[in-house]
Ligand binder design. Structure first.
Ligand code: VG1
Ligand code: CO
Length: 548
């Protein structure tokens, strides 16, 4: 306890026009947060101001980050501002570390009012990299659109922020710290917690750890290789997979969180996770997985580097859902995928007669369905998989879910959805918006429906085309303009979507998916063997790039 009460100040500031939170949080170049005067303070104040004062007074908030450069500095500021804004208690992962799924888990467990996660997810970190701030609400999930819109509106008119500038937290020592603030009756408290423990407890109740331990450490065990890419997942992998489930030490690599992720993109895909892909090709390991910076994304690889497409991953989990004890207890309430995610999951939903929801991109839409008890398992094409035990996607959960299935049986998939996403990054925003408008005009022409495009021997006939719109079945909120869809007979699709998570300019995402019945193609390199649809804005030109 400090001797004299800490000062609470209200300081003047002026607004910035570019603080609109994206699909999941605000991402910018690190120097923007670090060097532009009050850029961080403004955004944090708007987060606090978006919470009704009556709810905020004396409340508990969770704070964690993926350990990237500027993590601890930002946390000190957030705590100083939380105290000045009436928050009563802040729970923080030791050294400022806590994965996105773990923050979601802790918010729910301790009934916090919300949480702030310092991360730019899978973007590189460091002084020249990216930094970001995610805000999750009391359900543990990313703030819904109504809240992020409010934060954005506040950010355009902000005039002052509140702060206790002298408050300093010791992030290294587990335990309680309390601070007397001037004009406040109750001390403000900070609790530094083990970032893994509470989350690990949840997983112990979801999976059968004895069965997993047998799979990983018994004589006939399978060999796994997990790559944490120097992101936040390292300590979780070490503690849960190695220490507790007995996987040997060489099964986990890059497990020390680094401020710049070792200079790499902590992005779990075939390109940035090439180290794991190469190792898996040797055939020494049966199962491989890699995570993103903040631990919510995962990529799964099989023996010899067999790539499990994320859209297929969620479908396989759905088809085998009762291999996971949690679902034996809760039953299965529904499945969901984001619109650009290919329709493998739809087939499982049809076969099992379980309700399927198609939502816009971003986990917050799943959260609403989960809160209403309508959704158990969901996924996104962008390497996200998760369930309703929390309100975030969860890389480590996905690994334990897959291992639970492997422990019970080996599943073969009787078809594969070929899916590809091409991102055109850092394009001019106005030009991108104009391109989308032109394209929308073209595909909404009635003459467009029914047109046939020939690609080698294959024919693709346009069945439907629209700008995807989603009406939340729980609260009726309509989300418009979620991406342009061109759907062909037989289910192949081309989707155009503007990314909502850019740190800089715009990204146009092009998504292609089509169902492939030929089982032989399952084992071909999915990045090489595909029909490539090329499109210009006046005419759709499709041509095939045949198997290499
Ligand atoms: C991307 C992905 C989306 C994901 C979001 C957050 O958004 O497409 O599926 O939910 O990132 O991921 P966008 O709008 O850039 O396409 V994470 O790992 O930052 O929570
Ligand atoms: Co992420």
């Amino acid at each position: 306890m400090n001797d004299s009460p800490l000062q609470v100040l209200t300081l003047p500031t002026s607004p910035y026009p570019d603080q609109r939170p994206g699909t999941n949080g605000l991402k910018k170049k690190t120097h923007v947060f670090q060097s532009i005067k009050n850029f961080l303070h403004n955004f944090i104040q708007c987060i606090f101001s978006s919470i009704d004062l009556r709810d905020r007074q004396g409340s508990t908030m969770v704070v964690g980050g993926d350990g990237r450069y500027f993590n601890s500095t930002a946390i000190q500021v957030i705590v100083q501002m939380a105290a000045a804004n009436g928050v009563g208690r802040v729970v923080i992962g030791q050294k400022g570390i806590m994965s996105t799924p773990a923050v979601s888990c802790v918010i729910r467990k301790i009934k916090a009012i919300g949480g702030i996660i310092l991360t730019a997810s899978h973007n590189p970190g460091g002084p020249d990299g990216d930094f970001g701030i995610k805000f999750n609400t009391a359900n543990g999930g990313p703030a819904p659109e109504a809240v992020t819109n409010q934060i954005f509106q506040l950010s355009r008119t902000i005039e002052e922020f509140a702060i206790c500038p002298e408050l300093r937290v010791d992030l290294g020592t587990i335990g309680k710290q309390s601070f007397d603030l001037e004009n406040k009756f109750k001390p403000f408290t900070v609790e530094i917690v083990d970032p893994v423990e509470s989350y690990a407890n949840s997983l112990r109740n979801i999976f059968d750890f004895a069965v997993l331990k047998e799979l990983l450490s018994a004589d006939n065990h399978i060999q796994i290789r997990l790559d944490a890419m120097h992101g936040v997942t390292g300590p979780y992998v070490k503690k849960i997979l190695c220490e507790e489930l007995g996987s040997p030490a060489n099964s986990a690599i890059n497990c020390v969180p680094l401020e710049n992720f070792g200079g790499r993109h902590p992005d779990p895909n075939l390109i940035y996770a090439s180290e794991l892909v190469e190792t898996m090709k040797s055939g020494q390991y049966d199962f491989g997985a890699v995570f993103d910076g903040d631990g919510d994304r995962n990529m799964i690889l099989g023996k010899h580097g067999f790539f499990v497409n994320p859209s297929d991953s969620v479908a396989v989990l759905a088809a085998n859902i009762f291999c996971i004890p949690y679902f034996q207890h809760t039953g299965v309430r529904g499945f969901a995928r984001s619109m650009p995610t290919s329709a493998a999951l739809d087939m499982v939903a049809r076969a099992t007669k379980i309700q399927l929801y198609e939502t816009p991109t971003g986990w917050r839409f799943f959260g609403s369905l989960m809160d209403a008890g309508r959704l158990s398992l969901c996924g996104e094409e962008s390497f996200g998989t998760g369930s309703d035990y929390i309100r975030e996607k969860d890389g480590l959960w996905a690994v334990l879910a897959w291992l639970s299935i492997l422990a019970v049986r080996r599943q073969s998939i009787d078809g594969i959805f070929l899916r590809h996403r091409f991102d055109y990054e850092e394009v001019d925003l106005d030009a991108a918006v104009e391109m989308m408008l032109d394209l929308e005009l073209m595909i909404s022409d009635r003459a467009f429906i029914g047109q046939v495009f020939t690609v080698g021997e294959k024919k693709y006939q346009v069945e439907a085309a629209d700008n995807f719109e989603y009406g939340d079945p729980v609260d009726g909120t309509i989300s418009r303009n979620q991406g342009l869809r061109i759907i062909f007979k037989g289910g192949s699709r081309i989707i155009f979507r503007l990314s909502g998570t850019d740190s800089f300019r715009a990204t146009v995402g092009l998504y292609f998916d089509s169902y492939e019945k030929d089982i032989n193609k399952l084992f071909q390199d999915p990045q090489v063997n595909y029909d490539l649809f090329l499109m210009d804005t006046s005419k759709i030109v499709c041509f095939i790039r045949s198997a290499g």
